[in-house]
Write a protein that binds this ligand. Structure first.
Ligand code: NAP
Length: 452
């Protein structure tokens, strides 16, 4: 039995029968047989259904958002925004998939040569709990529009949301088994990846899970995409607009109660403006409203699991032992963690070297531009970086110096259906979203005509 528990109240919300190996096998067979007809559907047909999925999300956003809030503690206004973003990605691919997957003509010696983008079959998605709808929709919308079939292994603490996602596609009228949620624990993932009728796997989650899934996919010579952790830096250069950048950095770190892969976890500030910046930053963080995640005024909810709050506590304690200083927060009560600011962070401390997955930010001062770049790139993660400066020429010069998958200037790193999303180094490989994302799970078929 897989149980969903409300991390704010501790109550059991729902329990789910875990599928047996035989039941999983049946689901894969159904998915495979659905692929044979789904790949033949027209873009117009798929697009029509995907628009209906967007409508279903918008019409019932409260129902879906409440389940998210109860299952993993995300404040209700943020959960509702997540559902609306899912509707957006459905609409985006409903409108753009056909042109994105058009044959790409290439001039050669042939009479006609081109690349065709064709679906590959059943794709397994292993997903995390922190954006229980968004992470899945940004996979499912392009995968289905490309003619693939999705099977989901969601995080064990958000099975209610996982079932709701399947319900969205069913209510939208998608043919049965185009998208199935498999109620299983992570031990069953290996056999699914190895199954002949499963053609690829995408995982969003921790490095540990990513490494395991990618190794199995590698042994089976199957395509994998990995969206893993991050330790993004927020870099405040000497000419940054302090009022604007403070506001953006507070959002970048504390939304979703700090449980976001692309959150700005390391605040790097030019030394001469550090005091002024930190005074204002601390004032604004102190004002963030903590409370019942169901209350629409709440900005900081609770962490999804107590074990995660304990991990964060340990990382902070260890860093303090190594010389870091807590200037705000730092205390934990069950799953609730106070918004926390820690100064004096440096390499060798967990709050600088590791991913911190909760409402805590580390602060490091730098003396010049080169040191800022070195601090950003010293991380093993490479999801994204935000830089704050009023000088456009300077920003353009700095962009190529960072090793990350994304550089955002005067903005927090965020996902957008129109832009590719993904990391470098131990943050993973492959891209989601935009035309890059939809092509990941296609056969890029080379076609060459010598006559006609
Ligand atoms: P997680 O423990 O890795 O779990 C993610 C998913 O993988 C869950 O469905 C989990 O199932 C499954 N899983 C765990 N171990 C597995 C294994 N050995 N083999 C197969 N599947 C396995 O990560 P999480 O704690 O849920 O999520 C937080 C992590 O996700 C953070 O590191 C965060 O940065 C990362 N993340 C990355 C992105 C991105 O786009 N780059 C976005 C969001 C989150 P169970 O729940 O059943 O264990």
């Amino acid at each position: 039995m897989i149980i969903s528990r409300n991390p704010y109240t501790g109550e059991e919300i729902s329990n789910h029968h875990e599928l047996s190996d035989t039941e999983v096998e049946k689901c894969i067979q159904k998915a495979h047989s659905r692929f044979k007809s789904w790949k033949e559907t027209s873009f117009a047909e798929r697009s029509n259904l995907m628009m209906k999925a967007a409508k279903e999300l918008k019409d019932n956003s409260r129902e879906y958002a409440e389940a998210i809030t109860k299952e993993m503690g995300k404040p209700i206004t943020q959960a509702t925004a997540e559902i609306e973003k899912c509707a957006w990605v459905c609409e985006y691919y409903a409108e753009n998939a056909e042109s994105q997957l058009e044959n790409e003509k290439i001039k050669t010696d042939a009479k006609n040569s081109y690349v065709a983008y064709e679906p590959i079959g059943v794709v397994l998605a292993v997903m995390p709990w922190n954006y229980p709808f968004w992470q899945v929709f940004r996979f499912a919308a392009p995968a289905l529009m490309a003619g693939n079939i999705g099977i989901l292994k969601h995080a064990s603490n958000v099975m209610l949301s996982a079932n709701n996602i399947q319900k969205v596609f069913e209510r939208a009228g998608f043919p049965k088994d185009c998208f199935q949620n498999l109620v299983i624990g992570s031990k069953k993932v290996e056999n699914i990846i190895r199954h002949t009728n499963v053609k690829a796997v995408t995982l969003t989650g921790s490095g540990r899970a990513g490494s395991s899934v990618a190794s199995i996919a590698g042994e089976e010579i199957k395509k994998s995409v990995l969206e893993l952790g991050g330790s993004n830096a927020l870099v405040i250069f000497k000419d940054a607009n302090i009022a604007e950048s403070v506001k953006t950095c507070v959002q970048a770190r504390f939304q979703n109660t700090g449980q976001s892969c692309i959150a700005g976890k390391r605040l790097l500030i030019y030394k001469d403006i550090a005091e002024e910046f930190l005074d204002e930053f601390t004032r604004q963080v102190r004002e963030l409203k903590s409370g019942d995640p169901m209350d629409k005024e709440t900005f900081i909810g609770v962490m999804a699991k107590e074990s995660l709050a304990e991990d964060l506590e340990d990382q902070i304690k260890d860093s303090v032992k190594k010389g870091a200083k807590i200037i705000l927060g730092g205390k934990r009560d069950g799953t609730y963690f106070e918004p926390t600011i820690i100064t004096g962070a440096k390499e060798g401390m967990p709050i600088f070297d590791e991913e911190t997955f909760g409402p805590a930010i580390s602060v490091t001062e730098f003396k010049d531009d080169q040191e800022a770049v070195d601090l950003v790139n010293s991380s093993n993660f490479g999801l994204g970086v935000s830089i704050f400066t009023e000088d456009e020429k300077f920003a353009l010069k700095m962009v190529p110096k960072f090793e990350d998958g994304a550089v955002f200037v005067n903005e927090l790193v965020k996902s957008d259906p129109r832009l590719p999303f993904g990391g470098t180094k131990i943050s993973g490989y492959g891209r989601e979203l935009s035309h890059h994302g939809i092509k990941e799970f296609t056969n890029r078929k080379t076609v060459y005509f010598n006559k006609y």
